[in-house]
Design a protein around this ligand. Structure first.
Ligand SMILES: [Zn+2]
Ligand SMILES: [Zn+2]
Length: 82
């Protein structure tokens, strides 16, 4: 099963509150780092009532919950990285 994720939040290894905003680079409890933690699931972020911005891709106008420099979607971002 594929879950929609957002890079505005990430999951650490804690049992309870494991969702952190992406501007938090390390969990002070389990010492998990943002760059090693997976993106959070959109459904879990929304269930907690956390703020989630919709990003409209500047290249293809696709709406997603993933933010990249220049407001581009994952697909266009991957194209640029190739
Ligand atoms: Zn943690
Ligand atoms: Zn795009």
């Amino acid at each position: 099963m594929i879950f929609k994720t957002t890079n505005q939040y990430w999951d650490c290894q804690c049992d309870g509150s494991y969702i952190h905003p992406s501007n938090i680079v390390i969990c002070t409890v389990c010492k998990c780092e943002r760059e090693n933690g997976p993106d959070a699931r959109v459904t879990e972020v929304q269930a907690l009532g956390l703020a989630l911005s919709t990003v409209t891709c500047a290249k293809c106008n696709l709406q997603s919950y993933n933010q990249h420099v220049g407001n581009i979607c994952n697909h266009c971002h991957a194209g640029i990285m190739q």
